[in-house]
Design a protein around this ligand. Structure first.
Ligand code: FAD
Length: 492
């Protein structure tokens, strides 16, 4: 798709704030992904990012199967793959070292380890290429909404106007606080220090000590992370909920306390600290203001799900908000964002709570860990846990129907190449194996593919722009009802 140019931005005067369709607070992975999704539908998007420069902490994050599938659906995967390292699927749940189970139904059945700043940069570049505007050094400090839109006030007093505002501004979200949306849950019980640095002792000495400590302490590692550099994770001395990064001295102190030696660590590349607080926003939407990503949910990083969850929120919200702006969204469509995504976050919070318990050094928790490790020898158990972490087991509640309804459709070969290759433009897709159906008056929003050879066991499938199955069947009238439900009134 050719990115549409920005044409409708009115000249700004002191009295008239600039107007956009959507303002996004925060250009982390969630904000950047959402901006790109909106631009696929020509929505005028401004992203406001409080930091003047992109983040520099080169923390490696894992992109799980569903996120890799989303990247494939938008033609982004080939751009991302060269920057990451593919690792086998499996061994994610509580870091229990089990190989991937049999029967993983995905073409993208691996984990991609990639530095967070790199994935953020790639997503931001993608959004900008599609026509999104990103302004750095602009912190959202105030908001006021009325029937027509939202007035956003920046920290320096500048005012901007948009029809919708989305807070993708992280766990300490200003937007969420300004809305007065509650963020209940559990405060942090533990904090961990994480960073990259050089060490002053030989590798063999490190390996022996690390292996001994890890027999009882799961929240600890010291492992090579590039030439001469080690990645270090160690429990912090207590819970401080600090905003400032820790010092090298903090690391040395804690390494001595846990391992009996500080390994002569020096020359840090970056140092950070994170807690295990678990919280979920009470609401994802207050009229014209919405929340996504860490602004809506936080949890410990065990299992590596936070960024994935945020990017998937953005994928769910983007086309719905665009439909609202383009004027064809059925009334309830935007509300399905919270109805679908909040339960998914609830599940992730729960599985991280469970994983956190499994990392405890208490004898009872260690015994449960040993038991679960045994149970994971059963492929079904292993698969169930992996589908949770990788988000390929999600089934949205679209009402009664076959098991596939509400689930994602895996990528597959089709006449024109592969299925996900047909979803790059962020439109719906009708896959018609019986070659008897039509998208009729919805053809401006929904593509049509007749392919009797497609490897799916049903005559017709309607996919939403996020790749979830919105309808299964062969009756045109029933299909039309469902096209109306998801894509509004037909254009003709
Ligand atoms: C140690 C660790 C390891 C992790 N590993 C993984 C992993 O392997 N896989 C995974 O999926 N997740 C992982 N995560 C979680 C992941 O980093 C977060 O979930 C993810 O960054 C959330 O993205 P986001 O865009 O929602 O929020 P953020 O990344 O927090 O981005 C929010 C953005 O908003 C900006 N902002 C804040 N306030 C304002 C304001 N008032 N106005 C404008 N801009 C504002 C911020 O500067 C920031 O750029 C890990 C986290 C930690 C701590």
């Amino acid at each position: 798709m050719q990115p549409a140019q920005f044409t409708a931005e009115p000249p700004s005067t002191d009295r008239t704030p600039r107007t956009y369709d959507v303002i996004i607070a925060g250009c982390g992975p969630t904000g950047a992904m959402l901006a790109a999704e909106l631009r696929l539908h020509d929505v005028r998007v401004l992203v406001l990012e409080k930091e003047t420069e992109p983040a520099s902490a080169v923390r490696i994050v894992g992109l799980h199967i569903r996120s890799l599938e989303l990247m494939a659906m938008r033609g982004l995967l080939d751009r991302i793959l060269p920057h990451g390292r593919q690792r086998p699927a499996g061994a994610y749940f509580a870091a229990i070292p089990k190989p991937a189970p049999q029967g993983l139904d995905s073409r993208y059945a691996y984990l991609l380890g990639i530095p967070q700043p790199v994935i953020e940069r790639l997503l931001e570049e993608h959004a900008i290429e599609l026509g999104a505007r990103v302004r750095r050094g602009c912190a959202v400090a105030g908001l006021e909404q009325d029937d027509e839109g939202v007035t956003v006030t920046l920290a320096d007093g500048e005012q901007l106007r948009s029809r919708y505002l989305v807070g993708c501004d992280g766990g300490r979200s200003t937007v969420r606080k300004l809305l007065g949306v509650g963020f209940p849950g559990e405060p942090a019980r533990t904090e961990s220090l994480m960073g990259e640095m050089e060490v002053g002792v030989p590798q063999e000495e490190i390996a022996v000590t690390v292996a001994a400590v890890r027999e009882t302490q799961q929240r600890f590692w010291l492992r090579p992370a590039g030439i001469g550099v080690y990645s270090v994770l160690v429990p912090a001395a207590g819970v401080s909920d600090r905003v400032e990064p820790p010092t090298l001295e903090d690391f040395k102190h804690q390494l001595r306390a846990i391992a009996g030696t500080d390994f002569g660590v020096h020359s840090p590349r970056w140092l950070s600290c994170f807690g295990d607080a678990t919280r979920l926003a009470e609401r994802y939407r207050v009229d014209r203001v919405l929340l996504a990503g860490d602004a809506a949910h936080i949890h410990p990083p065990i299992g590596g799900q936070g960024l994935n969850l945020g990017v998937q929120d953005a994928f769910n919200l983007g086309w719905k908000l665009a439909a609202r702006i383009r004027g064809w969204a059925p009334d309830a469509l935007l509300d399905t964002y919270q109805a679908e995504r909040r339960p998914v976050a609830e599940e992730v919070l729960d599985n991280t709570r469970a994983q956190t318990e499994l990392l405890s050094t208490e004898p009872g928790a260690q015994a449960v860990r040993r038991l679960l490790t045994e149970l994971m020898d059963f492929d079904e158990v292993n698969l169930h846990l992996l589908e949770k972490i990788t988000a390929i087991g999600i089934r949205y509640d679209f009402g009664a129907g076959p098991d596939l309804l509400g689930r994602r459709l895996p990528d597959m070969d089709v006449k024109q190449g592969h299925l996900y290759g047909l979803l790059h433009r962020g439109r719906g897709l009708l896959l018609d194996r019986a070659e008897r159906l039509t998208v009729g008056g919805w053809s401006d929003r929904v593509d049509y593919l007749a392919d009797p050879t497609a490897a799916v066991d049903v005559p017709g499938v309607l996919l939403r722009p996020d790749g979830h199955v919105a309808w299964i069947g062969q009756d045109q009238r029933d299909l039309d009802d469902h096209l109306s439900r998801w894509f509004g009134k037909p254009a003709h």
